[in-house]
Design a protein around this ligand. Structure first.
Ligand SMILES: C[S@@+](CC[C@H](N)C(=O)[O-])C[C@H]1O[C@@H](n2cnc3c(N)ncnc32)[C@H](O)[C@@H]1O
Ligand code: SF4
Length: 426
């Protein structure tokens, strides 16, 4: 067997395990009850981050796997009121946060509400960092100025591709590739980090098209890019595959090799297996910076002390639960020790390294002992190595693709849950 076949087999095996674990992980308990209500480490604002989901967009992209609804202004304004109440429920439970991640949907669709909400956060917390997602359609000099003034550090702009034919085929209606370039240039330099989101391995996308996108991104000199492997849900023919045709995983590696080759050449470094940055940049993966996070809003998830929580995806149910003074959590699961360990390992390796000291602080045990089997596997195949200087367990260049697809498998399992919850309006 050649080295390449070996590493492909290792990647396949690691993905199979992740898919299986992902499915188990997401077998949730639908009876959310008071004993399972999340509790804070009182007085600490550095142990959990806050993810805030704004599920409204001006147009809906048919490939999108996140919880999102067509913007209805009245509903969206009411939603922001509920969002404050939900944050207050966490404050009452002793939670304090300093890092905030707005995702969606498109959080900037109602700027006055968004800015009001950020003011509310500032009144209640010691705000250190704010990361914000949007589309280039939303970007104007006024919006940039307002977000800067509000203290946004990282602005992430969804591009997907600069190729107009591909954007059309994707059904992405937020504007042309030329507009995306213009808006990225407008935002670059205005925040600590400007990020552009791209998708790869879309059914009708070619590697040549993708190479062009990566080259254009580099010519523009943007701080950071996140490359999402297209994620359908795996358990049945997902909505996405019904519309666009099968997602061929066999092509994925060809796309990923373009990313590795071109971005390293261009001086970018991997912040995660999907995210490449110049200099030390903020990344949007709240699951990496923080071991624990709270999710607020319809369709968000949270992870606290080995418990995984899922909020309702339905706007009506969200309103109902919040109005009744309840957290809008509809299912949860307490992870077994092994699941927790593996989830921890996956997220850290996705972020390129696992710190044995931090591992010890969290689990009170030695990482090499507790994760003996898993690390042995990764080391044997040359996917990770121990750095003798800083003692970190680091992903090797050879391990990057494996980690990329493992994370995709995990998110894809989450997408199954999302599709189910969206369809059934849980
Ligand atoms: C959920 S959107 C939110 C921000 C903004 N509305 C946008 O369109 O970019 C964030 C990113 O998720 C990625 N994304 C959405 N659906 C996806 C899917 N099915 N597979 C992979 N990535 C996806 C896209 O790259 C998108 O830019
Ligand atoms: S990709 Fe972004 S703009 Fe498109 S539907 Fe999803 S959240 Fe909305």
């Amino acid at each position: 067997m050649t080295d390449n076949t070996f590493s492909t087999s290792a990647a396949r095996f690691a993905c199979w395990v992740t898919r299986r674990e992902g499915r188990k992980f997401l077998q949730l308990n639908p009876q959310f009850s008071e004993p399972a209500v999340p509790q804070a480490k009182v007085g600490r604002d550095d142990w959990a981050s806050l993810y805030i989901h704004i599920p409204f967009c001006r147009t809906l992209c048919p490939f999108c796997c996140f919880n999102r609804y067509l913007l209805d202004e009245a509903k969206a304004r009411h939603y922001f009121i509920n969002l404050r109440k939900e944050v207050e429920f966490y404050i009452q439970r002793g939670f304090r946060f300093s890092d905030f991640y707005f995702g969606g949907g498109t959080p900037t669709v109602l700027m006055d509400e968004l800015l009001g909400f950020i003011d509310f956060l500032k009144k209640n917390f010691n705000v250190r960092q704010i990361s914000m997602e949007t589309t280039h359609r939303e970007i104007t000099p006024e919006v940039i100025a307002a977000l800067k003034k509000a203290g946004v550090n990282r602005l992430s702009i969804g591009v997907q591709s600069f190729d107009n034919d591909l954007l059309k085929a994707m059904g992405r209606l937020v504007g042309s590739g030329e507009e995306a370039k213009e808006k990225l240039k407008m935002a670059q330099g205005q925040f600590d980090t400007v990020n552009a989101d791209f998708i790869f391995n879309f059914p009708m996308q070619t590697v040549a098209q993708f190479e062009k996108d990566v080259a254009t991104f580099q010519e523009l000199g943007i701080d950071q890019a996140t490359f999402y492997p297209l994620m359908p849900s795996p358990h049945k023919k997902s909505r996405l595959e019904r519309r666009f045709g099968e997602v061929e995983t066999s092509r994925e590696k060809d796309f990923y090799e373009v990313i590795l080759r071109e971005l390293y050449r261009g001086g970018y470094k991997a912040s995660t297996a999907w995210c490449f940055s110049r200099g030390s940049r903020l990344i949007d993966e709240y699951i990496i910076d923080y071991d624990d996070y709270v999710g607020v809003g319809a369709g968000s998830v949270g992870f606290l002390n080995g418990d995984f929580y899922v909020n309702t995806f339905s706007l009506e149910k969200y309103d109902e639960l919040i109005s009744a003074g309840k957290l809008p959590i509809v299912s949860w699961r307490h992870l077994s020790e092994r699941e927790h360990l593996r989830y921890y390992m996956l997220t850290k390796l996705f972020g390129m390294s696992l710190d044995p000291q931090k591992f010890r602080q969290r689990f009170n045990e030695d990482a090499n002992h507790k994760l003996w089997w898993e690390l042995k596997f990764f080391k044997t195949f040359g996917l990770v190595k121990s750095n003798k200087d800083n003692e970190q367990i680091e992903v090797t260049p050879k391990g990057m693709y494996t980690v990329c697809v493992m994370q995709k498998e995990f998110f894809a399992a989450l997408n199954t849950l999302r599709e189910h919850y969206i369809e059934k309006q849980v």
